[in-house]
Ligand binder design. Sequence first.
Ligand code: BDP
Length: 724
Amino acid sequence: MKPHPTFLFILVFFAGLLHITASDGYDLWLRYVPIENQTVLTDYQDIFRSVYFEGDSDKHLVSKDELKRGTQGMLGQEIELLPSYSDKNTLVIAPATNLNEVLSAGLKKDLKTIGKEGFIIKTVQNKGKNILVVTANTSTGILYGTFRFLMLMQQNQDFSAINQVEKPKVDLRILNHWDNLDRTVERGYAGFSIWNWQKLPGFIDQRYIDYARVNASIGINGTVLTNVNANALVLTPQYIEKVAALADVFRPYGIKVYLTARFSAPIEIGGLETADPLDPKAKQWWKDKADEIYKKIPDFGGFLVKANSEGQPGPQNYGRNHVDGANMLAEAVAPHNGIVMWRAFVYSEDDATDRAKQAFSEFVPMDGKFLDNVIIQVKNGPIDFQPREPFHPMFGAMPKTPLMIEFQNTQEYLGFSTHLAYLPKLYEEVLQADTYQKGKGSTVAKVIDGSLHDKKLTGMAGVANIGTDINWTGHPFAQANWYGFGRLAWDPELDSRVIAKEWLRATFSNNEEFVDTMAKVMIDSREAVVNYMTPLGLHHMMATGHHYGPGPWVDNLSRPDWNPVYYHKADSLGIGFDRTKSGSDAVDQYAPELAKKFNDPRTTPEELLLWFHHLPWEYTLESGKSLWDGIALKYQKGVDEVKTMANTWKKMQPYVNKEQFEEVRMLLEIQLKEAKWWRDACLLYFQQFSQKPLPEGVEKPAESLEYYEALRFPFAPGIRPQWD
Ligand code: BDP
């Protein structure tokens, strides 16, 4: 019996509704929900009346699929894509070479500026009518243009006068997965690794495809699949085959795969006696390994290396230096156009100087000595992904060496995937910081996009916050950190508030009230975390190993610079790390303008005060309050800010679905509880030294210091056993 048409209609209708209401976050910012605004919908239907789509490469095909998926969702209709141009067309998505005279006339100049990855989305006039054109010089450009077009549609953009001419400002836009081969994720708070090594290469999880789509939508073009604390096994034939399967999935989306190279691999899997970078056999081993990889993965990106850092092997094990190590690997991949990303996150247990100074001291003298296909990967700050650090002094200090920035999307030091902390605000602060290396205006962004010193190779890496959780990132708002990282890698000059709004519209709702309110919450969230964890330049006070919660009292780790007491240096006289000329002299690693500024507490920005200075508890802050009172009030402010965030969210119920609402509500309650924990534990601990009462307005701690010190979390996520 055939079902009655009315029944079919009802079925389709409810299926549609289900799509709107049930959102588990899996679709991220590519939800493509039906457009509610009737005027916008009619405009878009008009644009899609006659669509000419040209191109049949893999990248064109995935663009086409995405276009179909997007329009099906947003317009509720199947779109016919016509393979040839006609005067009736209202929308044209085609490579520049396939545009006719009329269409390309106004675009020629723009096409010269967008390079190999850029695109144009522009309304042009033909015979008195508007045609929307999405075009590019390459299929990659078409891919990015299509995704951007769909993203703009999701934001209900008015296309009548649109003129977007864009190209990425950074070459390598890359995620670093700290994923182990056993599927645990170092510093991962969103489940296990999405790479199912056991089932690869035969089984292609739909997640791999969706991962590629989502990354392509923000222009990410590389992924390092494995942990920087590397396992050499990934370089064995058995695993190379698995990596190749992933590379095949990612290729049509413009994403290259990279691997972490364990420096001692020639010994561990190659049977050699040494991994000395100057040893001919070790060199040859890497060359052969590179050839073997490229045979299976012709567009393999190259290697990321953590060497002689936190116990990882490296060239110094053989009395060589970073140049020797990096150049050896660079030579191996150079014939295949591969690159080496060599990390500058180094600090030695035998070096008693301030940890914040060590990377600069080691690397800057090597400027100009690395081969052309080496890029040095530098964390955003000189210590380690703290809620706030000054920018790393290496930025701008190596004019002859390509240098990329590494941000940490996963919230190791900012509340795991439980706290709402919008990181693009942090990234923006770092990118807009002025290094003064070539006078005023020498921002970190200009170092990273290569314009300051005319760099040939540029890059931005983000440690991924992705796992097997249904919504990929654990906290629904942590998706914004992935999204924002990608957007800033595309254009480091973007405004983090604008990014937040784009994300909110695509992820939740286009309601203006919702978007404005929640963008403010997101922007404010970053400072809230700083305030309740490490205000006024304090840093690295997280508990041992897992870094979950406060641990300012920790002083028993094997290395002094792993202990929080090393960083805050609280004593009866005061608090803070003296990095002035009379202290560790870390200020000297900055350009003279900044060195001078940071050397004096009066001219040091207050948010970095205790990063650079050890000051008495009675020291008077700008507000006229004492340092002790100022610290206590900041902790309280952080707690109050989280209260405001939680209360604001409670008013957002009408704009989001029930599951999302409840999820975020509960997480904000936990965040509030943990913010209070941070405040109480830190203030009680510091009070032992300051011997001063809490100022008015600061709530009394709920428990005793002994209580907080006794808390243990043996199964906190994200940790490797050897770090415990
Ligand atoms: C630290 C992490 C550690 C990483 C290290 C790195 O605690 O798990 O291996 O950074 O970046 O922040 O190498």
